[in-house]
Design a protein around this ligand. Structure first.
Ligand code: KG4
Ligand code: ZN
Length: 354
């Protein structure tokens, strides 16, 4: 099965062709990602209107490249998948409408993919992970711990009550005068900083639920920076290191709680899976390794290029749905908000604990 996947929910214009074998194994034939970072950098964040216009300009070209690299024509594909949300609505409309046009003209099925489901299923494309597994999704817009029980079958075990982790990294970078996107820059500064210099809070630590809260941490960091203003380069490094250490401690604690909730409701997970741009952070990766070792659980972290937004994950989620006969009509609407819990449930058998 060959699927074209289109991703336009945020600031990446992306398209890919992915193959799924009858045994359920995935292979990426092409994966083209055009980042809009330079167009948004001057504003210190993504400007929705600029993003939507940039998707309109780039998408046809990105799709042509993905098809050419895969050595594939529209008549050879088995379906067209597009991220139909959640995301910035202008971009979602561009990608979904384009997918509908290709599906209509070439008489192919359309699969309207939930962007979060695509992140959730990527580990099955890269590592053929079996259900049920525990997903830690941390990006600029989302921070969730999810029990992935089957295609369309998700139980959200924890979420952030305010900022996403990537957003907290980005806001910290902005406050300290580092560039956009801020996560990678904060990580670089943190490497030569002292993580113990500033006593920042660890919100939600020890709570039995698996929720996150990041906004208090960000405020505490701002107050520390104001106290010692004007800040030197070394102050910036120490603030970044202290911030990152607080996030790492919070992630460890919240994931421990999340894995406990997972075992109580779904039995033993086949793996702990990370997804989203924040999973590119080395310190976060390290703590994920520690947690998986502690719990005797396999850790799966897809390559960074598949953790961040891309078309291959949309194509793969489309392939998984099409294989189950889950397709959509041309009337399918785009969604700005679209929680995983709204998807159609596909139950899989419960595994035994232990
Ligand atoms: O998944 P993603 O590419 O896009 C969405 O938000 O959907 O994630 C981007 C987010 C940004 O907030 C970025 O700052 C963060 O992931 N990020 C990182 C790192 N690389 C990307 N945060 C911390 N450390 C990193 N190395
Ligand atoms: Zn994403």
């Amino acid at each position: 099965m060959l699927i074209l996947g289109i991703e336009t929910t945020c600031d990446e214009t992306a398209a890919a062709v992915v193959e799924r074998s009858s045994a359920g194994e995935g292979r990426i034939l092409s994966n083209i990602v055009l980042s809009q970072v330079s167009e948004h950098a001057a504003y210190g964040g993504v400007v929705p209107e600029i993003a939507a216009r940039a998707h309109v300009e780039a998408l046809d070209h990105v799709i042509s490249r993905a098809m050419a690299e895969a050595g594939c024509s529209f008549d050879r594909i088995d379906g067209v998948a597009a991220a139909a949300g959640p995301g910035l609505i202008g971009g979602v409309i561009v990608g979904l409408t384009t997918a509908k046009a290709i599906a209509l003209v070439n008489e192919k099925p359309l699969i309207a993919v939930n962007h979060l489901e695509a992140h959730a299923l990527t580990a099955r494309l890269t590592d053929s992970v079996a259900f049920p597994y525990c997903l830690f999704l941390a990006s600029g817009g989302h921070t969730q711990i999810v029990a992935v029980r089957g295609v369309g079958n998700y139980v959200r075990l924890g979420t952030t009550v305010d900022d996403a982790i990537g957003e907290a990294f980005d806001k910290t970078a902005k406050l300290l005068g580092l560039g956009y996107p801020g996560g990678p820059q904060v990580e670089v500064e943190a490497r030569s900083g002292n993580p113990a210099r500033f006593a920042l809070p660890r919100p939600m630590l020890g709570k039995p639920n698996a929720d996150f809260s990041l906004s208090g941490l960000k405020t505490a960091l701002r107050l520390e920076a104001e106290k010692i203003a004007p800040i030197s380069d070394q102050d910036v490094r120490d603030l970044c290191a202290s911030f990152q250490q607080a996030v790492v401690d919070v992630v460890a604690d919240r994931l421990r709680a999340g894995l406990k909730l997972f075992r109580e409701s779904c039995g033993e997970p086949t793996a702990l899976v990370a997804a989203g741009g924040v999973a590119a952070n080395e310190a976060i990766r390290k703590v994920l390794h520690r947690l998986s070792f502690e719990g005797g659980t396999q850790l799966v972290v897809p390559p960074a290029a598949l953790c961040t937004d891309n078309g291959a994950m949309i194509a793969w989620a489309g392939a998984e749905r099409l294989a189950l006969g889950l397709i959509d009509t041309l009337e399918t609407p785009p969604h700005a908000r679209w929680p995983l819990s709204d998807l159609v449930a596909r139950p899989t058998p419960r595994r035994k604990a232990g």
